[in-house]
Design a protein. Structure first.
Length: 217
């Protein structure tokens, strides 16, 4: 629904801030796209902060096979970046939950970008994501394989944000894109009110918003 992160935009700078502060060794990115958006922000931050690429890895997961193949080609020069094809987790919102969220946006958040789309279009996206989950169900969600994690960037399917979060909530730092959208609104609300996490920074005017949290307990 939204274009990839671009250099020096709010999300790019948020990623740079978090990498500089945490100096993570194990980074997980959910939603590689073509590898030319947020992935490049992580690569740039890792290089700029002179992190040891012998022990630092960026595992990046993309469900769409064509985007994954393009990302593999775009990322071939960085051995510390490991692209994965598949789904990050196997959970997805129910159809009822999606309809309820759409109704909430129409009534309470009409200025959100999601309100620009018809319910029919949103449900078509939802059904396509359900098929993707079904296709990769035999493989299993990949996030659990990376536990423990230092840093996670959640920008995958619009309908799996909560499931992805549950699979990586032990991470020391969680960065969310699309916090004012169906993708990560529930995760954002949870992290704001959960005493185990502390807000690092957020950008509310940027596209659908983005935010980062530190785990403190």
């Amino acid at each position: 629904m939204t274009p990839e992160v671009v250099k020096n935009d709010a999300c790019w700078n948020l990623i740079a801030k978090c990498v500089a502060e945490f100096k993570p060794q194990k980074i997980i990115e959910v939603g590689t796209g073509t590898g030319m958006g947020s992935t490049q922000a992580f690569i740039s931050a890792i290089i700029d902060n002179k992190l040891n690429v012998e022990v630092t890895t960026l595992n990046t997961i993309e469900a769409d096979y064509n985007r994954y193949k393009e990302a593999v080609s775009n990322l071939v020069d960085h051995e510390f970046v490991i692209p994965w094809h598949g789904v990050a987790s196997l959970g997805i919102m129910s159809e009822k939950e999606v309809h309820s969220f759409i109704d909430m946006v129409r009534m309470e958040r009409p200025n959100w970008n999601l309100a620009l789309y018809t319910e029919k279009q949103i449900m078509e996206w939802y059904k396509a994501d359900c098929e993707t989950i079904k296709e990769h169900g035999k493989i299993g969600g990949q996030l659990e394989a990376f536990d423990p994690m230092d840093m996670v960037f959640l920008d995958g399917s619009a309908f799996t944000g909560w499931s992805d979060f549950l699979a990586c909530k032990s991470a020391k730092c969680i960065i969310l894109d699309d916090i004012f959208d169906i993708k990560n609104w529930s995760v954002y609300c949870e992290l704001l009110t959960n005493s185990k996490y502390k807000l690092i920074a957020r950008y509310q005017e940027y596209r659908n918003g983005c935010a980062a949290f530190r785990r403190v307990a």
